[in-house]
Design a protein around this ligand. Sequence first.
Ligand code: MG
Length: 403
Amino acid sequence: MRVLVGASTDVGRDRERNEDGFLTLEPLFAVADGMGGHRGGAVASRVALEVLGQMEGDSMSGDGVADGLAEMVTRANDAVLERASEEPRLSGMGTTLTAVVVQSGKIHLAHVGDSRAYLLRDGNLRQLTEDHSLVQRMVKEGKLTPQEAEIHPHRSVLTRALGVEPDLQVDKEAVEARTGDRILLCSDGLTTMVPEEEIRQIVAEHDDPQQAADALVSAANQAGGVDNITAVLLYMVDDAQAPDDRTSARPGERAAGAGTRIPPEAAEPVPSTTGRVDRAQRPRKRRRPLRIVAWVVVLAALLGAAFMGARAYAYSQWYVGVQDGRVALFQGMPIEILGYELHRAVEVTDLPAARAMELGPWRDLDQGITAESEQEALAIIATIRQDLAEAERPNDVAGAGSG
Ligand code: MG
């Protein structure tokens, strides 16, 4: 049996940048969906995929594949956490990671977050992974139907992701691979836009995995494309089938780079020293005071405009943080510029912040947990409330965030 591979990723129609990424390093395949402000999402998914891509060929054969794969996800988590601690502006970044190794007639899976793996077999599409999301937890608890979950405004809130806490629980699974099986790895930008029945049809009707991946991405864009979209397709075929297909790779062959799309390193502004150098080299000229005043006014106006712009942007953001020792909803960003705080507490809850911070997922509450909307911030507060209630309950494992 061999694997034919197709992969496609797209920024979508709504987002400024693509924070999704994928890895196709036969026999290792993965999708990551990054999140977090200040380009953090793209950094998180890139770091995670880079670490995963270092998985040794030796550990991808034999019985220990599942453990080896989960170990790589744990290492990727450590790397994302480390990077965030090195760069404070990236704090709070995270990423999903759904990875498979196809080896010895088996599909080994490791999974964290709300990206998904599906198996199309005998015309039926089966989800192999379980979303680590707030709505999935509510479905399991009987508080939501799966149909309600699909359109729930808080469906992007995760209960588990890389980059949140050092002690990461990784889902593992192994499925026997059969000739004819089609595996789809995808980010939520596909599954929130395209109904499963349509995904099933698209995968079933395309015999070329690259065409299937492209068709899935365009279906998500046609449906609105509100998020980044990524689809990786693996078709299990006979050894004899399509030997010259350029999208195929032989088992054990690690065609690094060929089909890999890891988000590029975010462009950093390079601190310029040319001004200083020029001034030292240039002969001094007498300047008229009026001109200096004019320049100062222009400079002040520019700085003022930049500040007002930054302030307006900041106040379009939401996060959950701490006010007077309580969990609170904030509008703005958890930072200050030149002594001006770019946020205000909109609602202070009755939840004790210190207790919440004793629970793993809310460890960094005092640094602010950023949300994509007010709704999402409120959902985070609801989750904290629930986790606190669960932790208080006797005879119960205080495993908040473990689904
Ligand atoms: Mg997404």
